[in-house]
Design a protein around this ligand. Sequence first.
Ligand SMILES: Cc1cc2nc3c(=O)[nH]c(=O)nc-3n(C[C@H](O)[C@H](O)[C@H](O)COP(=O)(O)O)c2cc1C
Length: 220
Amino acid sequence: MKIIGLVASPHGEQSSTRRLVSAILDGAQKAGAQVELVDLAKARIGYCVACGTCYKTGVCPIPDEFNGIYARVKAADGVVWGSPDYFQTVSAQMKAYIDRQADGIHCQMMDGKYGCAVSVAGGPSFQEVVDYLNGVFVAMGGSVVGGVGASASNPGSMDTAEIKARDLGRELVKSIAERRVYPDQEPVHCAMRERFRHLVNLNKDVWAHEFKFWKDKGWL
Ligand SMILES: Cc1cc2nc3c(=O)[nH]c(=O)nc-3n(C[C@H](O)[C@H](O)[C@H](O)COP(=O)(O)O)c2cc1C
């Protein structure tokens, strides 16, 4: 079982977000998973330029580090997304990564995978970032196991969150092993499947990769 954690803070080793993602990965590793942490802020990941090439070929033509990281995410069973709260949303580093998965939402690329999200804010607003990240993961077909966040200005908040993060790592491994179904997320999966089935069919002459992907999955 492979679990990959992506951290999008420019604070490197000093990042509070990284501390919580590392605690999740530590819990997951102790429960038997093989884990990897990727520092998105150190990776060269440019903006999506909306060229639509990934819809046609399944590969982004921008020559940077995105394709390598995305391939590792696609090969994982579990995904942890971590971002600091920047202006009530994710950091630009995380948003650049998310946007580059444009084919990923059309192809419901997180289908069958399990995930959880992390955010640390200076103030109390970390939960909206956790909810945003988990919302994107479900919209991409994935199953969300939980989330954890903390307020850097609240003493004790990080210590409590770190304990919760370790438990969440263990829970993530259990969910993957048991192939848990989360009934509250199923309506979103159904709605996204329906929406993109229609879109991929409509564009089948130009989006050759996506049409074949959907056909091979047996979803059309
Ligand atoms: C550009 C920028 C925007 C930020 N915006 C917010 C914000 O809107 N709300 C908030 O509570 N904290 C905000 N912060 C503070 C960070 O969320 C906080 O320092 C967090 O602990 C950083 O996590 P990290 O150590 O993982 O990078 C902002 C920080 C920066 C640099």
